[in-house]
Design a protein around this ligand. Structure first.
Ligand code: GSH
Length: 213
C-alpha cells in the first residue's frame, strides 16, 4: 500500500474533499497543513521539487507528486473501492460536470475574498452570486430533485456529493453572508443537513479540526 501525504493549507476549501475521501475509504494519510497567512509558505512555495506549481493542493504518493485538486480527488476515488467516481462513463461525466461547476464557483468568488475593501467586496459578491452562484445552485437544485433528493448521482454517495457539500459549507461558514440566499433552495438545505447529520461522514465532520474556511 503506498504512503500518502496530502499537503494543503490549514483550511477546508480545495483540500477538504481529498481528506473526506481518505476518511471514507479508510486510508491513513499524512495531513500536512501550512498557515495561509503565515511566514513559511511564501518562503517555500518556490521549491518546485516539493510544490511543482507553487500552489496547493499537493498529494505525494510514495514520492510521486500530484497537483490540481480535481485530479487528486479523482485519483483517490478511483484508487479505492466504493465507486465514488461513478460506476459508468455517464456517472463519471456527471461527476466531472459538478467538479467543473464547483471549480468555476471557486474562481468567481476569489475576488470577493481577496479584497480588503468592504464596498468592493459587496459588489464582487453580488456579481458572483448573480452570474455564477445562481445558475450553479439552480442547476444543483434541479439535478438533486431529478435524482430523488438525497444524492446527486446514482442514488448513492459519490464524489459529487462531497464537493457540493464542501462548496456549500464554505459559503455558509465564510464571512461573506450567503446563508439567507442559500435558504431559498430548500432541497439543497435538506441535502446539506442530511450530509452533515446522517451520512458516513457525520462523525468525521464532528471530529475534524475547525478552520475558518
Ligand atoms: N487549480 C488549482 C488551484 C490551486 C490554488 O489556487 N491553490 C491556492 C489555494 S486554494 C494556493 O495555493 N494559493 C497560495 C499561493 O498561490 O501562494 C487546484 O485546483 O488545485
Amino acid at each position: 500500500m503506498p504512503n500518502y501525504k496530502l499537503t494543503y493549507f490549514d483550511a477546508r476549501a480545495r483540500g477538504e474533499p481529498a481528506r473526506m475521501l481518505f476518511h471514507l475509504v479508510g486510508q491513513k494519510y499524512e495531513d500536512i497543513r501550512y498557515d495561509f497567512e503565515g511566514q513559511e509558505w511564501p518562503k517555500i512555495k518556490g521549491d518546485r521539487k516539493r510544490f511543482p506549481l507553487g500552489q496547493l493542493v499537493v498529494l505525494d504518493v510514495d514520492g510521486e507528486l500530484l497537483t490540481q485538486s480535481r485530479a487528486i480527488y479523482r485519483y483517490i476515488a478511483r484508487q479505492f473501492p466504493g465507486d465514488y467516481y461513478g460506476k459508468n462513463n455517464m456517472e463519471c461525466a456527471r461527476i466531472d460536470e459538478i467538479l467543473g461547476i464547483v471549480a468555476d464557483i471557486e474562481i468567481a468568488i476569489t475576488p470577493a475574498f481577496e479584497t480588503p475593501d468592504a464596498t468592493k467586496r459587496e459588489a464582487d459578491l453580488a456579481k458572483c452570486r448573480d452570474s455564477t452562484l445562481k445558475p450553479s445552485w439552480d442547476f444543483f437544485s434541479e439535478s438533486l430533485q431529478k435524482a430523488g433528493g438525497k444524492y446527486f448521482i446514482g442514488n448513492r454517495l459519490t464524489l459529487a456529493d462531497l464537493v457540493i457539500f464542501n462548496s456549500i459549507d464554505f459559503f455558509l461558514d465564510s464571512t461573506i453572508g450567503l446563508k439567507t440566499y442559500f435558504e431559498s433552495y430548500p432541497n439543497l438545505v435538506k441535502f446539506y443537513e442530511s450530509f452533515k447529520n446522517d451520512s458516513p461522514l457525520t462523525q468525521y465532520l464532528k471530529d475534524r479540526k475547525f478552520t475558518k474556511y
